[in-house]
Ligand binder design. Sequence first.
Ligand code: FES
Length: 97
Amino acid sequence: MHQRKSWWRKKSCGDQHGLNLVAALKKQIKDKNLPQNIRAQKSGCLGICDFGPTVAVYPEGIFYVNVHLSDVEEIVESHIVNNTPVDRLLLKHKKDV
Ligand code: FES
């Protein structure tokens, strides 16, 4: 049986700053006093670790990848408040490469 060496393992969102993203999203939602049905929560692996920390927005099923803390306010304001996805962070652009 072959096991991958730990240094080969892809970094998970949590290994990077995924949990900080969750906290920042929760803060934005609270600060903007958004309705209680809008929530941020951590998830298990979404299977696209290669693309960097991921934020999935449901029910739309939109995935933002390589998300940085500096992107959180834009995601909330543009996507959640104004229903306009943040195009530059969408997973579709990564698949086209
Ligand atoms: S841990 Fe986030 S996509 Fe795998």
